[in-house]
Design a protein around this ligand. Sequence first.
Ligand code: FES
Length: 143
Amino acid sequence: MTAYAEPVVTWIAVGAAADVPLWEGRRVTVEGRPIAVFHTDAGFHAVDGACPHRQGPLQDGLVADDCVTCPLHGWRFSLGTGERIGGGPGDDSAALAVYPVVVHEGELMLGLPDDAEPLGLRPRVPSQELAQEARSCMPLDLR
Ligand code: FES
């Protein structure tokens, strides 16, 4: 498991890992909040399910290079850090909350921090270690 800057105090089972095919995403709801879980060749990632632009369904976005591209208007986000990586005009500082996710006995376990208010209502900043581990995402020009 990757280290995060803030400690995880609760792990919640959100579904079977086998239900998230490679290079696809699925939406789960935890305490009423949509979260998108993705499967890449680097493993599983969990981020906010609603795009900060206009609430696009990120689980339906194109996944490549450990990034997801919103299906509505093309904003692109790193699945490792949650930061926005281009994809058109708009707020370059927009970011997604990132949650640790691990597989335990075939089940996806989502980690929630103790400061979730009520659940990650602000972007979480991964540790420096994680930021260095996150693979780079190249801006995607959708024109
Ligand atoms: S809703 Fe995601 S880019 Fe517009």
